[in-house]
Design a protein around this ligand. Structure first.
Ligand SMILES: C[S@@+](CC[C@H](N)C(=O)[O-])C[C@H]1O[C@@H](n2cnc3c(N)ncnc32)[C@H](O)[C@@H]1O
Length: 294
C-alpha cells in the first residue's frame, strides 16, 4: 500500500524527509496534519500528496498551535482545497457537523466513546460535562434511546453545533445546555442552547445523574465537587486526566481521593485505563469510579 512518505519522496529533498509527516487525522472529508518547521515550505506538496492518497479528501488543514485556552481550541490554517474549516464526521451511527477552527474535536477518542457508550444501561440519566460539539452525548443517546442524556458546554460555538447535531441525528433523548458546568449545576434551571427550557422533570441536576462523564483532562479535578453534587448515590463517574506515564494512575487517584474527602463522599474505583498517548511521556487516562453519598 502506498504511504504518505512514498508520495513525498519525490517532492521533498532527501535530507528533509525525516521531518515529513507520516500520518494525519481524517475528519470526514477533511485531513488535519501537523507540519514541522523544517518542511514548512513544502506544505502545499504535503497537502497535495495527502489528497492524492485519499481521494475523498476535499480540504487539508494544518495544525498551527496546540489545543489551548478554556475552550481547548487550536489554531488551524487551510493549506489545500476548500475555503471552510467546517466538516461533517460520522462514527457509531452518528453524524456530527463542526468547525475545527472554533471547537474541540478528536477522532482519536472514537474508541473511548464506544467503550463508555457500551457501559450505559437502559434508562440511565447521563450527564456529559464539557460536552463540546456533543460526540460522547450523541453516541450514547443514539445507542440508548431510553437513556436521558444532558451535555453542558461553555464555548458558544461548540454548544451551537452540539444543538444542531442533536437535530441532525433526530435525537429526542439528548439536550445541549450552553454554560459553565459550575453555574449550570448550581443554578439547577437554565435555558437550552436553542433558547427552549428544559422539561420540568430534569430542571434540577442536583443528585440527578446515574453516570457522569468529565472529558476535560487538563483540569477536570477542579470540577469534581460539582460532579459529586450532580451525582445520585452510586453514580458512575468517568474521570479524564493527563499524567506522566510513570505512576499516572497514582497521581490521578490522589486527585480524586482528595476531592472525595473534601466533599465527604466515598468512592470505589471500577476501572483505570490509558486512553491514548498525548505528548512525549504524557498520556491521557480515564478512571471510572462509583460514588457513595451516604
Ligand atoms: C477537551 S474538550 C472535550 C469536548 C468533547 N467532550 C469531546 O470529547 O469532543 C473540553 C470542552 O470543555 C469545554 N469547557 C471548558 N470549561 C468548561 C466549563 N467550565 N463548563 C462547560 N464547558 C467547559 C470546552 O469549551 C471544551 O469544548
Amino acid at each position: 500500500m502506498t504511504t504518505l512518505l512514498d508520495l513525498l519522496k519525490s517532492k521533498i529533498p532527501k535530507s528533509k524527509l525525516q521531518f515529513a509527516p507520516r500520518s494525519f487525522d481524517l475528519i470526514g472529508s477533511m485531513a488535519i496534519v501537523e507540519i514541522k518547521d523544517e518542511v514548512k515550505k513544502y506544505e502545499k506538496q504535503i497537502a497535495n500528496a495527502i489528497m492524492q492518497l485519499h481521494k475523498p479528501i476535499r480540504t487539508v488543514v494544518k495544525k498551527s498551535s496546540a489545543m489551548k485556552g478554556e475552550y481547548r481550541v487550536r489554531r488551524v490554517k487551510i493549506i489545500a482545497g476548500g475555503k471552510s474549516t467546517e466538516t461533517i464526521y460520522r462514527e457509531h451511527n452518528v453524524a456530527m457537523r463542526f468547525d475545527v477552527a472554533k471547537t474541540y474535536f478528536s477522532v482519536r477518542l472514537s474508541h473511548e466513546r464506544e467503550r463508555v457508550a457500551a457501559l450505559v444501561k437502559n434508562k440511565e440519566n447521563v450527564l456529559v460535562m464539557f460536552a463540546g460539539v456533543g460526540p460522547f452525548a450523541l453516541v450514547i443517546a443514539k445507542k440508548h434511546p431510553k437513556a436521558n442524556v444532558i451535555g453542558i458546554e461553555k464555548n458558544p460555538a461548540a454548544a451551537k453545533y452540539f444543538e444542531e447535531n442533536i437535530k441532525l441525528n433526530k435525537l429526542q433523548n439528548c439536550k445541549a445546555i450552553r454554560g459553565d458546568v459550575r453555574k449550570v449545576i448550581a443554578i439547577g434551571s437554565w435555558p437550552l442552547a436553542s433558547g427552549q427550557k428544559l422539561k420540568a422533570n430534569s430542571q434540577r441536576l442536583i443528585s440527578w445523574a446515574d453516570r457522569i462523564l468529565m472529558p476535560l483532562p487538563k483540569s477536570a479535578e477542579n470540577f469534581l465537587d460539582v460532579a459529586f453534587k450532580a451525582a445520585k448515590n452510586n453514580c458512575v463517574i468517568h474521570f479524564y486526566n493527563f499524567g506522566a506515564d510513570e505512576n499516572v494512575f497514582e497521581q490521578v487517584r490522589e486527585k480524586i481521593n482528595k476531592a472525595a474527602k473534601k466533599c465527604n463522599v466515598k468512592i470505589k474505583i471500577l476501572n483505570e485505563k490509558i486512553v491514548r498517548p498525548y505528548a512525549p511521556h504524557i498520556v491521557q487516562v480515564c478512571i471510572d469510579f462509583k460514588v457513595n453519598k451516604n
